[in-house]
Design a protein around this ligand. Sequence first.
Ligand code: SF4
Ligand code: SF4
Length: 320
Amino acid sequence: MTKEELTAHIKAEALRLGFDVCGIVKAGPVAQEVATMFNNWIERGCCATMQYLERNCDKRLDPTLLVKGCRSVITVALNYAPRQTIEGIANYAQGKDYHKIVKDRLYLLLQYINKICNVQGRAFCDSAPILERYWATKAGIGYIGRNRQLIIPGKGSNFFLGELLVDIELCYDAPLVGNLCGNCHRCIDNCPGKALSDNGLDANKCLSYLTIEHRGELPENIGEMMENCFYGCDRCQTVCPHNRFSTPNNNSELQPNDTLLQMTKEIWYNLTQEDYNVLFSESAVERCGYEQLMRNIALFRKAQGKDWQQDFTGITEEIK
Ligand code: SF4
Ligand code: SF4
């Protein structure tokens, strides 16, 4: 089989496995300007308490140090655009834990390649020092918007990204030229914490970071910024005009369970550790932990004042 044929088979299999997009790029050190930007971002303290971002910088800036003999980065995207928004939690967290879903499929892809040729590789999804969006742009999948999300032309930004690093040479895609933001600044203007600017994201001010990653107390005014979400924040994506092109995903593993669909504010406010364990046993929300989630809910509840009793529906908006 030629390299061209093998590449075409891999991309076709990635789509058959349920990924929405697949691009392939030659592995190597990231561009110098990207490495400089990343190092400056860390030095400015924009990663807040996520010290793991400061570790393994050499590997983060060169994936060939991460996987021995790595020659190609196969990068994939999986749509998680929801059928409905659920009050309280970010859209990406409605279903089962995406890390496992994406990695399981990537390992099936690796098995498939192994039936054709001898290949060594490793799969990643938000689980290793890899600049995922950089590789997705290099592979021609999309552009990084001012909201720091990967925007896929005609599809939007509600996608999980994953990478399969392999030790075989393949045919490579070209990056897309230009950007999709133009003069738009909607995400910057609508960011509740003013975390976004033309210099990028300052995690210290980002509600997604604060409500999921940050341990310890939060400033009181965070509750007022939460609107309807006390786990994560979707606003820089929901205001993005490119997400008009999002289509709800049909992946059964990414759908919310019945209990989550029936959550009300009253149930959230009275959530016990046992309820939490049942509700999120296979979910990415586990990362937050019960006590931290209840910390967020307490701030949210305080900011709601008396009005919280009036709303007993968990589903805030059916997506037409
Ligand atoms: S997730 Fe929310 S707080 Fe964070 S950058 Fe986006 S809009 Fe701002
Ligand atoms: S909201 Fe506008 S500026 Fe922000 S990422 Fe989307 S297109 Fe770009």
